[in-house]
Design a protein around this ligand. Structure first.
Ligand code: SAM
Length: 278
């Protein structure tokens, strides 16, 4: 394996991400769609303009800037953070490689009548952007292999500070019980908060942490949607034997909640802002 990272934590991180991807490939029945994020992009948008925020993420990030300052949102998704944060800054640049996510981002920015947001269609590794005052990167690093250069580029692109947002447990943790029952093996978990903490320490970055309010992803709209999303997350093709196993499992695992259905073991997580000054 080519070592892209040099610290012990960085090397261990890379090993975990590579093994997780290899495990996905080994069970994969479906060809990977061109745009992994398109089917779930609608989940990464802010609420309608004027509706109250679902948690305190935007409010806490807004405290890190003044209205004259600029923000760079790396892996902005559908604009869940960038769009409401635009109101608190002079300009926001959203870097986002997924076309499905960008479509949600642009459509929602229009609906919110946000004028001070620009979009860069690129991965962070390839993006060419000028430094901004605050660099935000929420729930992106988990699948990044060359994590040290990714983090260094965040720091180099910030004039004032960097704010990484991470869950304590991987966002995909809700699929773990399904994974072992469908594939008959334990799913490798991607790096998350503890690994970020040790990596930053080894990289000599002095960070602080702010605990955010509990967050839980939107429910599946209906049982069919749950089946489709879980098939995609478990790389199971619709007509296979494993798909039948998954369908039976979902029959006993989905519970009805406000707005749709959830897996009965899904619990809210309290993400953190991990920030540092440059
Ligand atoms: C879980 S979503 C989070 C979206 C948004 N930051 C939020 O918190 O709602 C992860 C996003 O990171 C983007 N992403 C993944 N790898 C990336 C990379 N190497 N560079 C930039 N963005 C990336 C994906 O396209 C996706 O939109």
């Amino acid at each position: 394996m080519t070592e892209l990272n040099t610290t012990q934590s960085g090397i261990a991180w890379q090993k975990t991400v590579v093994s997780e991807h290899a495990q996905s490939d080994s069970v994969r029945e479906e060809l990977t769609p061109d745009d992994f994020w398109r089917p779930v992009a609608h989940k990464f948008v802010p609420p309608k303009k004027g509706e109250s925020a679902p948690d305190d993420t935007v409010q806490m990030l807004a405290e890190l800037i003044t209205p004259e300052e600029t923000v760079l949102d790396v892996g902005a998704g559908g604009g869940r953070i960038a769009i409401p944060l635009a109101e608190y800054s002079s300009h926001i640049t959203a870097v986002e490689p997924s076309e499905g996510m960008r479509e949600q981002l642009v459509g929602t920015a229009e609906a919110w009548e946000v004028q001070n947001l620009s979009v860069v269609a690129s991965t962070w590794e390839e993006a060419q952007v000028e430094p901004h005052d605050l660099v935000v990167c929420a729930h992106v690093v988990y699948t990044v292999t060359a994590i040290e250069s990714f983090i260094r580029k965040l720091s180099l692109s910030a004039r004032k500070s960097v704010a990484l947002i991470s869950f304590a447990r991987p966002a995909t943790a809700i699929y773990l019980p399904l994974w072992s029952r469908v594939h008959g093996e334990k799913r490798i978990e991607l790096p998350t908060l503890p690994q970020i903490e040790s990596l930053l320490s080894e990289m000599g970055i002095e960070y602080r942490e702010t605990l955010l309010e509990a967050w839980i992803s939107c429910p599946f709209k209906n049982r069919e949607q749950a089946f489709i999303e879980c098939q995609a997350r478990l790389f199971v093709s619709p007509d296979s034997e494993k798909s039948k196993v998954l369908n039976d499992l979902l029959g006993e695992s989905l519970i009805e909640v406000e707005g749709g259905f959830r897996l009965k073991w899904a619990e809210p997580d309290r993400p953190r802002i991990i920030s540092w000054d440059v």
